[in-house]
Design a protein around this ligand. Structure first.
Ligand code: ZN
Length: 226
């Protein structure tokens, strides 16, 4: 039997990661984030806290804070959000790679912070634990393509794989990429392995494509978009 490399999708809505220093200003000295929903990646959660982001054109309200706190403040938005905010040329980056990214202003209930950098569109990526990486024969830093099935099915190229102890099997795309493919949270996509597909019989290929696409029929809600 051919090993199929399935990967559950996690769709990210716009969100922000904050430093201790910035949270102190936005929510008051020593404020602790309140977890609202645990995310798939170990230790990561969507917090109850929300902030507003001021762009040249509009102020975007209710931008979710993700915890825990980080050594850098980073705003992750879609290309549509960037257009709405009135900012051109937001770069496609991996988390933490913030040199020469646009700045923005954050407003919280207790104060405001002006950042001179930190706005990115997140590069789509896959998280795998060490064991999952071994099972899929994927190393940290590998670039793969992923097929999303369905009436608006797409192949997503240039997907970076992050493999290690702090990761758990999940592919992160933003809401815009997910919507383009008509995809939902927890939907299973397929990591394309051309070598493997060439070895598969037509019956095996059909079997792969006829399997139910969902892990569970979980509707897309505001909480799950993060
Ligand atoms: Zn991720």
């Amino acid at each position: 039997m051919v090993k199929i490399k399935r990967i559950p999708l996690g769709l990210s809505n716009r969100h922000i990661h904050l430093t201790r220093e910035d949270l102190d200003i936005l929510y008051g000295e020593g404020h602790e984030l309140t977890p609202k929903k645990m995310l798939v990646q170990p230790g990561q959660y969507a917090a109850e806290e929300q902030v507003s982001i001021v762009g040249p054109k509009v102020t975007m309200e209710n931008v979710r804070v993700l915890g825990p706190l980080r050594p850098y403040t980073q705003l992750e938005i879609s290309y549509s959000d960037a257009r709405t905010l009135g900012i051109r040329d937001v770069p496609l980056r991996l988390s933490g790679d913030l040199d020469n990214t646009p700045g923005f202003t954050i407003i919280g209930p207790k104060g405001r912070v002006v950042k001179d950098q930190g706005m990115i569109v997140a590069q789509r990526h896959i998280h795998l634990s060490r064991e999952e990486g071994e099972a899929y024969n994927i190393k940290d830093g590998d670039i793969v393509s992923v097929r999303i099935k369905g009436p608006r099915g797409l192949v997503l190229n240039n997907v970076l794989c992050r493999v290690g102890e702090t990761h758990k099997m999940e592919m992160h795309i933003d809401i815009e990429e997910g919507n383009a493919a008509g995809a939902k949270n927890n939907q299973l996509a397929l990591i394309i392995d051309r070598e493997m597909e060439e070895k598969m019989t037509m019956a095996e290929l059909l079997e792969v494509f006829n399997q139910p696409p969902m892990l569970g029929d979980i509707p897309l809600s505001e909480e799950q978009e993060i």
